[in-house]
Design a protein around this ligand. Sequence first.
Ligand SMILES: [Zn+2]
Length: 397
Amino acid sequence: MPADPGLFWLVFAGTLAVGWAATVGYAAYRRRRRIRRRERHLEGLRYLLDDQPDRALEVFLGLAALDDETIDTHFALGTLYRRRGEVERAIRVHQHIVDRPGIPPRYRDAARMELGRDYVRAGLYDRAETIFLQLAEAGVEAGPALAYLVRIHELQHDWPQAAEAYERLRKVGLPEQPIAIAHFYCEMAETALAEGNLETARGHLRRAHEEQRDFGRSAILRGDLARRQGDPRLALQLYRLVVKRDFHLLPVVMPKLVEAARQAEDPEAFGATLEELLQSGKASRSEIAYAAIVSGYYDDPAILECVREWILADNDLKDITGALLPPGHGPSPEQLRAVAAAMRNVVLRHARYRCAECGLDSSTFLWQCPGCKSWETLRAIAALEFLPRAARPRSPQ
Ligand SMILES: [Zn+2]
């Protein structure tokens, strides 16, 4: 029997109508969902603006789906929490993005990177290390991930691992502090020296020297090694080289220099080194005297002469000491020693070193600033500060 054309068109029209109704219905459903999501999103933002971070967090984490707009808000929210020190909340937000099924890989990787930063901030270094290692292995943001790995190992004073991460970082990008790896080897050398492993120390110092020529720290350590191996003359040469090249290291090197001169039975060496510094214009007598007082080694005739010059050059010191001496008389060596001891007491009551990068004060010399983590930025504070920092008048901005 031939098909009834009327029935055919009826079925066709019916199918179209059902299809159309389904499409319209689904579109309306999607629109309602989008509107509801948008309302929840705005509600979350309102909680955030009302400083109700917990309620905001619950709303955002409860959103049924993440689109481009809400995902940006999630990232902004996570960063905001971390900056405010609310690291647990930041972790929840970033973990939520990572765990979301069907999330585009670029968002998931970015969220893992942020999660790693959260863990660093929270001091959960093991977890951060795992994430950054995975990202570096996958070649995702390998440079920043490896830079974080270097930082994590530095924070944990795991110098061999720090050196390894640094080597990998160097292959994919420019490390922030090119000098850092030489310090890692010096740290390893210091540990080996302390444990009496002199050959191991020598190996690390060789690597430090390969990384950084004319490097004060490795020269000082090579001097220490030479003294341990019974060669104080070589130590003297190295220490002299350091202070001539890096005068700011004089407070660190001075006691070692004196000891090496004594071991080498060369009592003139110390005075001769100071004379070289003066003749070459690298330092003034006042600067040498100050460095000696900071280092604690000032009871030496050559230093006391520098102290005498310092008193004459500094108006405050001249007034104070002049008031105690008969007119026309300079201080005797005993009086110079007493003045130097008094100045040492003033120095000991204050921070002796300050970071040139972040301004952090420290009472001891450190190769790495504990504040900003920069290497070799601590310098002896350039002048005596008679008042504690809090009592000093603020300098105009
Ligand atoms: Zn600093």
